[in-house]
Design a protein around this ligand. Structure first.
Ligand code: IPE
Ligand code: IPE
Ligand code: MG
Length: 250
């Protein structure tokens, strides 16, 4: 059973600890393809291959939760052909990879507003989640048709349904209904592709996350790049509001 987390900021993790939860915005597929005079979809295809390497590297380093932004609620604004290619790739990746995830003891979760996906895709997601529900080596979450604002509003609406007549929501009430209530908040956020923005990703959960931006385009991001990001993280001193001296006393 996945346990519920309230806030991960109550306790300061050891400096040099491996991040328990890494959340990534896999950006730069289009530019990678453009540089090679290839269609954008070639970049997305190559991007799927990098996902495999990064999952493997996370397992080797003992990361417990990996969350990948695959499609944002704003990505529907892209040209129709690109959106449908991305949906095809998502279907193919699920068809090909779910058994492998399962045999590697990886639990798959997909968060986002899934109602807008085709019935076939929704079914594949349900099957993948059910098959891998008992796995506990790594929790791999794919954020698909996900938006941080959607997540917060959805949590509020679900809380209101569960608490009819109530007039005030508190932090524990809200976080219980967020789509990633089963995971601690991300320790390390990585965005590839050079942009330094959050793009409506996990906006609630990233409140105290260490933010790492790299110019490397996602199709070029491999195990070595992940190790560099983890090494950077291990040098950060997380304080959650306290002073540096307070931390040294422990
Ligand atoms: C990220 O790469 C993948 C998705 C958003 C699905 P992009 O497609 O955004 O690549 P760039 O930013 O155009 O290079
Ligand atoms: C964010 O990338 C979403 C994903 C990687 C799935 P975008 O490339 O869509 O982000 P913006 O719109 O440029 O900020
Ligand atoms: Mg982009």
């Amino acid at each position: 059973m996945l346990r519920k987390f309230f806030s991960s900021t109550a306790r300061v993790p050891e400096t040099s600890a491996i991040p328990r939860h890494i959340a990534i915005i896999m950006d730069g597929n289009g530019r990678w393809a453009k540089k090679r005079m290839l269609p954008r979809v070639a970049g997305h295809q190559r991007g799927v291959e990098r996902v495999r390497d990064v999952i493997q590297a996370c397992i080797e380093h003992g990361v417990e939760y990996l969350t990948l932004f695959a499609f944002s609620s704003e990505n529907w604004r892209r040209p129709k052909e690109e959106v449908s290619k991305l949906m095809e790739l998502f279907v193919m990746a699920l068809e090909r990879e779910v058994d492998k995830l399962h045999s590697n003891n990886i639990r798959l979760k997909v968060v986002g507003d899934l109602k807008q996906f085709s019935p076939q895709l929704q079914e594949l997601i349900r099957e993948g989640e059910t098959l891998t529900a008992g796995n506990d080596r790594l929790v791999l979450t794919i954020a698909a048709n996900y938006g941080g604002r959607w997540d917060i509003l959805n949590a509020m609406n679900r809380w209101l349904e569960a608490n009819p007549g109530a007039r005030q929501i508190d932090e524990a009430g809200l976080t219980e209904f967020l789509s990633m209530a089963y995971a601690p908040e991300p320790d390390l956020f990585i965005r590839t592709g050079g942009e330094q923005r959050i793009s409506n990703y996990l906006i609630w959960q990233l409140a105290y996350t260490e933010l790492y931006f790299t110019d490397t385009l996602w199709p070029d991001f491999g195990a070595k790049s992940l190790e560099q990001a983890i090494a950077w993280y291990q040098k950060r001193e997380r304080r959650f509001g306290r002073t540096s001296e307070q931390l040294l006393r422990h």
